[in-house]
Write a protein that binds this ligand. Structure first.
Ligand code: KG4
Ligand code: ZN
Length: 333
């Protein structure tokens, strides 16, 4: 089955063609990130305007790259939430229009669940039950996937998401946007200076690390970094970046480890934009006892291949008239 996926929940405009949920025939991602880098964060209105420009060319390019035309597409999949309303509408309305004029089934997809499916692309298929850690710009969720259609929430962030913490702290340290890659890059510089990783001082708190639940909280970390910088204005941004990265990764790995020990899943799926982080990938691979799946970097941050893959395994077409964007959607739908 060949599915055209469409993804526009944040600042990416993505279209991809995927066969049988696994074989990526094309994966097109246009981003307005450079635009937002100038302002240090996403301006939703600007993002949506760019997406209106990019969406049809992205769909055309994805079909061309797959060497297919619309007759070869069996269904259309689209992210309907969560995300920015203006951005979601661009993808949803485009997908509805294509579904109506091409007469193809339309599968609405939950963006957070789609991130988990980045691990089903070009890998051996993960066995269930599979635990998933979805860490993105807006969400941090630990879930148990008992089956494709049975996902239970074990814990989630009480305030800022892990990616949001990277983004806000990076801005505070003047390291740029998006914050995850910026902090990760600055942290790597530490090895080139006199400091070594072993020399990190655990300057910042590990919020909720010892609490007996699977929830997260990252807003206190941002406050703590802010206070530290005020008291120590000359502190090395490189060292601070490395300290922040350690603190976030420590919490994510400790909570995941604790959940794996309790529920003993067969597989562990790391997912969401933050799963592109090298330190997090290394630590999860080293410290989780279940079989670990790490998405290829191309499928870690927002893309439409994961949307098409998700729709293949959770194939529930809905008449296009009944599909609407839902910015507040949660991972358990
Ligand atoms: O999943 P995603 O691409 O978009 C959302 O659904 O939000 O995630 C974006 C988030 C941003 O917060 C970004 O800073 C973070 O993922 N991110 C990273 C890295 N690459 C992207 N965080 C840490 N390390 C990275 N290498
Ligand atoms: Zn995402």
């Amino acid at each position: 089955m060949v599915i055209l996926g469409i993804e526009t929940s944040c600042d990416e405009t993505a279209a991809a063609v995927v066969k049988d949920g696994k074989i990526v025939l094309s994966n097109v991602v246009s981003s307005s990130q450079n635009l937002h880098a100038k302002t240090g964060g996403i301006i939703p209105e600007e993002a949506a305007r760019k997406q209106i420009e990019f969406i049809i060319p992205a769909v055309e390019k994805s079909l061309r790259a797959a060497k297919l035309n619309e007759k070869d597409i069996d269904a259309i999949a689209v992210t309907y939430g969560p995300g920015l309303i203006g951005s979601l509408l661009v993808g949803v309305e485009t997908a509805k229009t294509l579904s109506a004029i091409w007469n193809k089934p339309l599968v609405p997809v939950n963006h957070l669940v789609a991130h988990l499916y980045a691990n089903f692309i070009s890998h051996t298929t993960p066995s269930f039950p599979a635990m998933g850690l979805v860490v993105s710009g807006g969400h941090s969720d630990l879930v148990m996937m008992n089956d494709h259609n049975n996902i239970a929430l074990l814990g989630s962030t009480k305030d800022d998401a892990a990616g949001e913490a990277f983004d806000k702290i990076s801005r505070l340290l003047g390291l740029g946007y998006p914050g995850g890659p910026a902090i990760s890059k600055a942290s790597k510089e530490i090895n080139k200076s006199n400091n070594t990783k072993g020399g990190l001082l655990s300057l910042f708190p590990r919020p909720m690390i010892h609490e007996d639940n699977f929830d997260f909280s990252f807003s206190g970390l941002k406050t703590s970094v802010n206070n530290y910088v005020k008291k120590n204005p000359g502190a090395s941004r490189t060292v601070l970046a490395a300290e922040v990265q350690e603190a976030i990764v420590d919490v994510l790995v400790a909570k995941s480890q604790k959940a794996v020990e309790k529920y003993k899943p067969k597989s562990f799926l790391l997912a969401g934009g933050v799963s592109a982080n090298t330190l997090l990938r290394e630590r999860i691979a080293a410290q989780i006892s279940s079989k670990v799946y790490l998405p290829e970097i191309e499928y870690a941050t927002d893309n439409a291949a994961m949307v098409a893959s998700c729709a293949y395994s959770r194939y529930f077409p809905v008449p296009w008239r009944d599909v609407s964007a839902n910015p507040e959607l949660i991972i358990v739908d």
